[in-house]
Design a protein around this ligand. Sequence first.
Ligand code: 5RP
Length: 223
Amino acid sequence: MTQDELKKATAEAALERILPHLEEDMIIGIGTGSTANFFIDALAEHKAKFDGCVASSEASADRLKGHGIPVYDLNSVSSLRFYIDGADEANEHLHLIKGGGAALTREKIVAAVSEEFICIADGSKKVDVLGQFPLPVEVIPMARSYVARELVKLGGDPVYREGVLTDNGNVILDVWNMQITDAVATEDKINQIVGVVTNGLFAARAANVLLLGTEEGVETITV
Ligand code: 5RP
């Protein structure tokens, strides 16, 4: 199977998982990226069974609206039963690296509001130690050089993602060569640097379920 076929299979497994729980007034949190896009497309066929979605990016909001699915401002929603999103890396604790698509801050906010975070990913995303994928950090533009120097002090090699502005008008530093053995501590430490909006570690709020697409089928991992 291709990587896209594995992504589609895991998106369909997430849909099967939530279908029995859908209610007319339910609002669902939706992530960003190619795996989330497969989920949006599959969810669209069932749009009459729930109220609408909150999106973690303008791109996902546009895709949802394109399917005729209502998109709500998070400020008008007090809770979300599910959040479905992809990841760049996941470990056995369901700690994640996210932000390859630069949507990490909104993703983290929507995940925080959600009762259950279902992470959907192809098997290549499962790792023993997080950090082979460069850790995205969203930064206020004027703080970029200062934050980069502080990240070097923490042992990383930050690289400015040129030409990319987040939906919040900020920039991204991708931090290479981090061996992240304590994801909760690293997430917290990086977030303490002045000028950092947030980083792409999802450890304080990890996923609740990881649906991993493999050649043998979709594996369900919980902690
Ligand atoms: C976007 C993300 C995505 O979930 C992550 O990059 C995975 O993307 P894809 O599903 O395309 O592999 O965090 O900010």
